[in-house]
Design a protein around this ligand. Structure first.
Ligand code: ADP
Ligand code: MG
Length: 236
């Protein structure tokens, strides 16, 4: 099957006075349906990698292809469209807008994509229901717990039905219980067919939920566990 994410000879050099290769010539292919965990020490390039896949940044060298789109060929406008329609992104600190209710936060990407009002609202409510926070639809983020905020943020990431869901340390700001619950949501979404790439520090959560584990060290892939042409979960 064609890869949904293909990085070929990708490097990212940050240029703030000194040249620093945050990613050094990496190649990765992820298949549709995978739940890939990106692990590695702080500063190893995990967020840089996720940002390149999500079209939030461009590589210095190499090509990034996601869901058939060669991101290097897209204009800034094309890349913005790609980010709205092809990927959903979840962050460690939720990034919800505090002056909007949970429901209105979820609706933002739909509105930006020009979705029909009633239809988008119905989908937003379905997602909040599925994520167990429907009763909080009219609450503002300040009234929600961290776990509840992250559920709302996941709903927002899914509102436009993106083929790829990305998450950067989505349990990093949560206690163990809420972290486990949020990770169970990702596992459940993956079982329903959602392709997921998620950065995590948590070896235990990665082992329990990922079908593929990529370990970054100093901007290079040190370990790629679960890379098989069938995409099956490896026995532990
Ligand atoms: P991780 O998410 O694994 O902690 P990052 O991808 O955030 O790692 O960062 C990898 C390396 O690149 C780090 O050394 C970091 O300091 C550096 N870096 C990240 N973003 C920038 C930037 N915008 N400018 C300069 N250096 C950066
Ligand atoms: Mg990071």
């Amino acid at each position: 099957m064609d890869a949904i994410v293909q990085l070929t000879d990708v490097s990212k050099v940050y240029n703030d006075g000194r040249q620093f290769a945050a990613l050094d010539d990496i190649s990765i292919a992820l298949r549709p349906g995978e739940a890939a965990a990106i692990m590695g020490p702080s500063g190893s390039g995990k967020s840089t990698l996720l940002n390149l896949i999500g079209g939030l940044d461009r590589p210095t060298r190499g090509t990034v292809t996601v869901d058939g789109a060669n991101l290097g060929r897209l204009s800034e406008g094309g890349l913005a469209r790609f980010r709205r329609q092809r990927v959903g992104i979840v962050f460690q600190f939720f990034n919800l807008l505090n002056n909007l209710t949970a429901l209105d936060n979820v609706l933002i990407p739909a509105q930006l994509a020009g979705a029909h009002g009633n239809q988008a609202r119905r989908r937003a409510e379905e997602l909040l229901e599925r994520l167990g926070v429907a009763a909080l639809r009219n609450s503002y983020p300040a009234r929600l717990s961290g776990g509840e905020r992250q559920r709302v943020a996941i709903a927002r990431a899914l509102i436009n039905n993106p083929p790829l869901l990305l998450a950067d340390e989505p349990t990093g700001a949560l206690d163990t219980h809420n972290g486990d619950e949020v990770m169970a949501i990702f596992a459940d979404l993956n079982r329903s067919g959602q392709t997921i790439v998620l950065v995590t520090h948590d070896e235990r959560l990665a082992r329990a939920n990922a079908t593929r584990v990529l370990q970054l060290v100093d901007g290079a892939i040190a370990v790629d566990r679960g890379d098989s042409t069938l995409g099956v979960v490896q026995a532990k």
